[in-house]
Write a protein that binds this ligand. Structure first.
Ligand code: DGT
Ligand code: CA
Ligand code: ZN
Length: 569
């Protein structure tokens, strides 16, 4: 078991104890132990094997026993027994935004509510607000949260789905009976959240391909199996459709099933005016098929430049294509620097050196380390003293690199009044200041707008981090006037972040488009807390392309000297 897996179990025990209203000290002990193991460099399995587990801070005898049982048997009786005593509905309630274990315990122990339905009933009847510490506002929030939960059932985040789709495509591509295979739909358009996976293959032996498809290990249930279309449910919890078409239809089918629907409707109208018919089987003039081997040929036939899938949302791209002015969208290889990453100095998993090596190996020329600032004590934010120690380490590590440079950055909290988290004389010594809101996310919209505008007007701030604070399928964006914030960024010459973490993708693609139209520069940042997090950059690139961004719009496409000049450092 990995450290993260073990720490998840401990964290869940903490949550379950809290759900049961147990002693807070006991709850904290598990939470603390979970954090300790998660940030441990050494493998917990090794520590158990060497009998050194007890040396870790906050890990007493009882915890040693439990962790040992867990890593040696892969199970933990205490955890399983605890879980069996808690109704499943209480776990579901934890997914309601703003509804933590304490509140769940309150409705369960005081009102006997143990399911989402009962909770909704109580809220609708106004009974919830009579509970101590609840009130009308909480009640309204619960209803709102339940509503948004219903909407997100059956949706998954891009970053959860794309790797699985690639695995399926790769497995099909290895089959000799398959000519071409690709995923289409919202996934190919790199939409941040998708409903299902649409896969398309061309083959003369569709049955062989379908047999292979329904037997893949990622499949949990076969819903329908035919020779042209099969539908399955994936372990991931969403559906996947495979359509197998003759080779001559492949390009048209790709175009059709990539969507979006609005783009296709617009395109078909255009085709009709030119005397063509375009559908999923091909392109036709009357009864005659016009051979098109690629999507490029289809667009060309209609007098259009090729339109990248990410742009196919019918927000003006067809006009650009007709005028021949589709921009060359940004690509992952255009990025030369990685900004906003975390190390062990705050809540990341790696040392400065490990992170820098990994970033260099991925082909970048520089890295800005931006750990959390002092107010973020939960994330182990840096006091001035620790920040200065980190600078020393960065200087030392920098001496070991050629053709690669580590910048001293920070992800400073933006406090409720819009101020940053360190005195000026510290801020001015930093190479790069990202400012982000992490607390008081729900202040009134006007107040949040002025908080962000104040931060943008601060001469020491360079980048506004994850501006809306949303977490996809989990937390709604904070309410504020986005136009005003973008205007302020333009006025003060500040950079807005496109946070590439697939839980965030913040700014979203429409905001990116808006920012670009106001001449505001963006930074595509992974906000990585471990090495795997560096690879989330592809989701940021996808979102940037949906927002029509080119490399000229993105500051980490600049060489180091140009970037320094831009931020005045
Ligand atoms: P989602 O909701 O994340 O699955 O989004 P999409 O875009 O993948 O939607 P989906 O899976 O319902 O359909 C895949 C593509 O097939 C869609 O992007 C366009 C095409 N399509 C599906 N139904 C229609 C339709 O009724 N009319 C047209 N023009 N295109 C359709
Ligand atoms: Ca789809
Ligand atoms: Zn942050």
């Amino acid at each position: 078991m990995t450290n993260v897996e073990i720490s998840k179990v401990l964290e869940e025990i903490g949550t379950m104890l809290e759900l049961k209203g147990e002693n807070p000290f006991k709850v904290r002990a598990y939470e603390r132990a979970a954090r300790e193991l998660e940030t441990q460099n050494e493998s917990v399995e090794d520590l158990v094997a060497d009998g050194r587990l007890e040396e870790l801070p906050g890990i007493g005898k009882a915890l040693v026993e439990k962790i040992t049982e867990l890593v040696t048997t892969g199970r933990l009786k205490y955890y399983e027994d605890l879980r069996a005593t808690i109704p499943e509905g209480l776990f579901e309630m934890l997914h309601i935004p703003g509804f933590g274990p304490k509140k769940v315990n309150a409705v369960f122990s005081k009102m006997g509510i143990s399911s989402l339905e009962e909770l909704e009933g109580a809220a609708k009847e106004g009974r919830l607000s009579s509970l101590e510490g609840f009130g009308k506002k909480t009640e309204a929030k619960v209803l709102e949260g339940l509503e948004s939960m219903k909407q997100r059932v059956g949706l998954r985040r891009l970053g959860e789905v794309l790797p699985v789709a690639e695995e399926i495509v790769a497995a099909l591509a290895r089959c000799a009976a398959v000519n071409r295979v690709c995923y289409a739909g919202s996934l190919r358009r790199m939409k941040e959240v998708v409903k299902d996976i649409d896969i398309l293959a061309s083959s003369d032996e569709p049955e062989t391909v379908m047999d292979l498809f329904v037997g893949l290990p990622v499949v949990s249930q076969v819903v329908a199996k035919g020779s042209t279309k099969s539908s399955v449910l994936l372990n991931l919890g969403i559906a996947c459709d495979l359509r197998v078409v003759p080779e001559e239809s492949f390009a048209a089918a790709m175009q059709y099933f990539t969507g979006s629907k609005d783009h296709n409707v617009h395109l078909r109208g255009l085709a009709k005016d030119l005397g063509y018919k375009v559908n999923e089987y091909g392109v036709f003039r009357g009864e005659e098929r016009i051979p098109c081997a690629t999507e490029e040929e289809i667009y060309e036939l209609l007098g259009l430049q090729y339109i990248p899938p990410e742009m196919r949302e019918d927000t003006g791209e067809i006009h650009l294509a007709a005028a021949g002015t589709i921009p060359r969208l940004i690509e992952a290889t255009d990025l030369v620097g990685m900004l906003h990453c975390h190390t062990r100095w705050s809540d990341g998993r790696n040392s400065v050196e490990e992170l820098a090596r990994a970033v260099q190996e991925r082909g970048y020329q520089y890295l800005a380390i931006c750990d959390h600032s002092q107010s973020s004590y939960i994330a182990n934010g840096l006091t001035v003293e620790r920040l200065q120690q980190q600078w020393k380490e960065i200087d030392d590590v920098n001496r070991n690199f050629r053709g690669f440079h580590i910048l001293k950055g920070i992800e400073s909290d933006i406090r409720s009044d819009g101020s940053l988290d360190y005195p000026e004389e510290i801020l001015e010594q930093l190479d790069l200041v990202v400012g982000s809101v992490h607390q008081s996310l729900n202040m009134p919209a006007e107040q949040m707008t002025s908080r962000l505008v104040t931060a943008l007007s601060n001469p020491h701030l360079h980048i506004l981090g994850h501006p809306t604070m949303r977490l996809l399928l989990e937390r709604e964006p904070s309410a504020f006037d986005m136009e005003a914030v973008i205007e302020a960024a333009a006025l003060y010459g500040k950079i807005l972040e496109l946070n590439a973490n697939y839980y965030r993708l913040d700014l979203n693609w429409l905001h990116c488009k808006l920012a670009k139209s106001r001449g505001v520069k963006m930074a595509i940042n992974t906000d990585a807390h471990d090495l795997e997090g560096l690879d989330h950059i592809r989701y940021g690139i996808g979102t940037a392309r949906r927002g029509w961004l080119t490399k000229e719009d993105v500051v980490n496409c600049l060489g180091l000297d140009d970037l320094r000049a831009l931020v005045g450092r």
